[in-house]
Design a protein around this ligand. Structure first.
Ligand SMILES: CC(C)[C@@](O)(CC(=O)O)C(=O)O
Ligand code: SF4
Length: 746
């Protein structure tokens, strides 16, 4: 066998966070291949995506709570069993620390400045708010991290976005990030890590910083970060996973203070935005870049005619959103409101919502044409703090539905969903077609704007309520004190694990083989592919469109092909087959996609999008650029992503339209057009990737060969930064499903 080119470096991950929606297949392969989880002590697990958010008090049993949603029960049980069997930190449903991964991990001090963090979820970028390098990965990479705690990585480009000046009244951090995405576009940060800087960012609380970093992925960047400062340091003081007070804390604090960009640092892209140009804003379309100030109107597609792909996307968006160009945003009536998600489900978000209700007066009430106005705290601890401050009373009195923690209507994977045609004002992060439920329509906005919309029954400029009152208890210190005092659940419910079991690779006893979950060498191999290509021209084809969220309930890597581009291939209301390109002969037999739009596969990390493409028969995708997580997911599954210039993509698009075959030769890195006199088109591919694909190599196996080096590296890190893995040991947690006879203890 040829030697492996070492074009990339291994990066050690200090923190790994996992949830039920993207990990079942990873664990199944770990078990099937008799591998162990290398650092369960550095892994934090919870269930959040598919969990119901209906009241948990007085629930008799776990089975009862999931009644009517067997898939949810199966997925959550799988995660619980995996987390418990492998001995990870785990917060089950009946633990106050349960909630959305990106809210609970910071709450516990699990994310520290200068660390590296991954999660099978694109919004892992949230944690960059602590000056950590944090990004989303696909399920196969989750498996790699479980087995080794490292991944092969290449360096990203650097981008800095500075927001200078002072924000207008009622302009929140959500408006800042929506404004940025509107300006640079959803492909603007492709291949970059964004540093958010400037006076506005420096003055933001940690909650607000997290909302900004959270949506870096919507700006095309895999990670976003903010230099740690006193605000960061104060937030972390006294949290369960923070460094111990005394010498360890002092050392850590001194180190954290060195983590900033040099004054004369050069960035690949450097943008400055004047804070005064940012208004409360809102999206009108089906991409997070479709942003206008609330005082604006729905755009005319012709105004994008310089860019025909965008113009086409805008037309499609407006049809989907059922909006007429020129309509004032404030004239748009809504059916539902969703306040929550990993972007805006934190305590400050909830306080700001309450402040709008209070400003609207004692009779403020959700409008009668709003059928549901959900407020979903991001964690049990946020919920408890909100109740401690009496916010729940304000919400419920005004007719809002106060829920239990979870992702809820952000993604339509659980029972909180939009129906076909429903329009929602949502504080979440994605307005993709079908994101909140098949055929649903989403307008992204800030929590205060969502509150105003709920009260008025239409999109509303929150400034009409004047200066909003600041609610007592709005200092982050109050939140932290409460956080710590509720951590009692740890000692009440969990038994500590013996010290000798910590930091050792863990292998569960009952290894159960589930053969459909692992990918074989032959399935991973890619050498030469000959076939016809389906021509695509849209930009930003996201993974929600490739594989809609409602199909993410499986625990295997198969069974997704039939759902590929479901909402485009079949009408959401009638189920009728459309004339979408992949439904048409001969393109229903394509093995290649040629796309002239940038940023193919952006958005969610869901690897099932690649599994569905592959099962449908697509083995190669050619585009001007790709979402980074999607690109990695392709390679992990033997699907070849090829990046070519727009003009080359256009050339191949013409061939594709004429259904001429293409020959993709990975051995020579060239695309041939059989029967044509034109020269082969060369393409670039990272030598390590090429090697793995040509030989069908499982890179986990390759990494495992380096475990000794990794252990040495870890030891060195520990002597330099003793606090990074000197954290409380995982506790033995009882499965919530075992609470069948007694009531849930909430
Ligand atoms: C699992 C899924 C619903 C996800 O959380 C995954 C992701 O963003 O990577 C999403 O928001 O799309
Ligand atoms: S984006 Fe939505 S679904 Fe994804 S983690 Fe955040 S809250 Fe959950």
């Amino acid at each position: 066998m040829a030697t492996t080119p070492a074009a990339k470096t291994l990066r050690w991950f200090v923190r790994h966070i996992i949830h039920e929606a993207t990990t079942a297949q990873a664990f199944a392969s770990i078990r099937e291949n008799n591998r162990s989880v290398r650092r369960p002590d550095l892994t934090l697990a919870t269930t959040d995506h598919i969990v119901p958010t209906k009241p948990r008090k007085h629930v008799k049993s776990y089975q009862d709570y999931y009644k009517g949603d067997p898939k949810a029960e199966e997925l959550c049980l799988a995660l619980e069993k995996n987390a418990v069997d492998f001995g990870m930190h785990f917060y089950p449903l009946n633990d106050k620390r349960q909630g959305i991964v990106h809210i609970i991990a910071p709450e516990q001090g699990f994310i520290l400045p200068g660390t590296t963090c991954v999660c099978g979820d694109s919004h892992t970028s949230t944690h960059g708010a602590f000056g950590a390098l944090a990004f989303g990965i696909g399920t196969s990479e989750v498996e790699h991290v479980l087995a080794t705690q490292v991944l092969w990585q290449k360096r990203s480009k650097n981008m800095r976005i500075s927001i200078e000046g002072t924000l207008h009244e009622s302009v929140s951090s959500k408006d800042v990030i929506l404004h940025i995405i509107g300006k640079i576009g959803t492909a603007g940060g492709t291949g970059c890590v964004i540093e958010y800087a400037g006076s506005v960012i420096r003055n933001l609380s940690m909650d607000a910083r997290m909302s900004i970093c959270n949506m870096s992925i919507e700006a095309g960047a895999r990670a976003g970060l903010i230099a740690p400062d006193n605000i960061t340091i104060n937030y972390l003081k006294g949290l369960p996973f923070s460094p111990k007070p005394g010498d360890e804390w002092d050392k850590a604090e001194n180190y954290w203070k060195t983590l900033y960009s040099d004054k004369d640092a050069k960035f690949d892209i450097d943008i400055t935005i004047d804070a005064q140009e940012i208004s409360p804003c809102i999206t009108w379309g089906t991409s997070p870049q479709d942003v206008v100030p609330i005082t604006g109107s729905v755009p005319y597609p012709e105004s994008f005619q310089d860019d025909p792909n965008r113009e086409e996307a805008v037309r499609r968006s407006l049809t989907y959103m059922d909006l007429r160009p020129g309509t004032q945003m404030e004239d748009i009536a809504i059916d539902k409101v969703f306040i929550g998600s990993c972007t805006n489900g934190r305590i400050e978000d909830l306080r700001s919502v309450a402040s709008v209700i209070l400003a609207a007066g004692p009779d403020a009430h959700v409008s009668s044409n709003v059928v549901q106005a959900l407020i979903v705290p991001g964690s049990g601890i946020v919920r408890q703090q909100a109740e401690f401050e009496g916010l729940d009373v304000i919400f419920e009195r005004a007719g809002f539905d106060w829920r239990e923690a979870g992702c809820s209507m952000c993604c339509g994977l659980n029972q909180d969903r939009l129906k076909v045609g429903e329009r929602c004002a949502s504080t979440s992060n994605r307005n993709f077609e079908g994101r909140q439920g098949s055929g649903g329509r989403t307008h992204l906005l800030s929590p205060i704007m969502a509150a105003a919309a709920a009260l008025n029954g239409r999109l509303t400029d929150v400034r009409k309520y004047g200066v909003l009152p600041k609610l007592p208890g709005s200092s982050s210190q109050t939140r932290q004190e409460t956080t710590t005092s509720t951590n009692l659940t740890l000692s009440q419910r969990n038994e500590p694990v013996a010290a000798e079991n910590v930091n050792k690779p863990s292998t569960p006893k009952n290894q159960t083989a589930t053969p459909e979950t692992s990918t074989t060498k032959d399935q991973l191999k890619f050498t030469i592919l000959r076939g016809i290509a389906a021509p695509f021209s849209l930009e930003n084809i996201n993974t929600d469109v490739i594989l809609s969220v409602q199909f993410l309930t499986g625990v295997k890597r198969s069974g997704y092909g039939q759902y590929l581009f479901n909402a485009l291939r079949f009408s959401p209301s009638t189920g009728e087959r459309s004339d979408f390109i992949l439904n048409r002969v001969p393109f229903n037999n394509s093995s290649i996609i040629v796309c002239t739009g940038r940023n193919f596969g952006c958005g969610s990390s869901r690897e099932a999008a690649v599994w569905s493409l592959k099962e449908f028969g697509i083995k190669c995708i050619i585009a001007p650029s790709f979402g980074e997580i999607f690109e990695n997911n392709c390679v992990k599954n033997g699907v070849l992503p090829i990046t070519l210039t727009l003009s080359k993509c256009k050339e191949l698009y013409t061939d594709a339209e004429a259904a001429l075959p293409l020959e993709i030769d990975l051995t020579t890195s060239g695309i041939r057009r059989p029967g044509s006199k034109l020269a082969a088109i060369p393409f670039k591919i990272d030598p390590f990737r090429q090697h793995c694909l040509l030989h069908g190599l499982d890179d986990i196996g390759l990494t495992i060969e380096k475990l000794e080096d990794i252990t040495l590296f870890e030891q060195k890190r520990r002597s330099k930064f003793p606090w990074i893995d000197n954290i409380p040991a995982p506790s033995r947690t009882k499965l919530s499903s075992q609470n069948t006879t007694t009531s849930f203890e909430w």
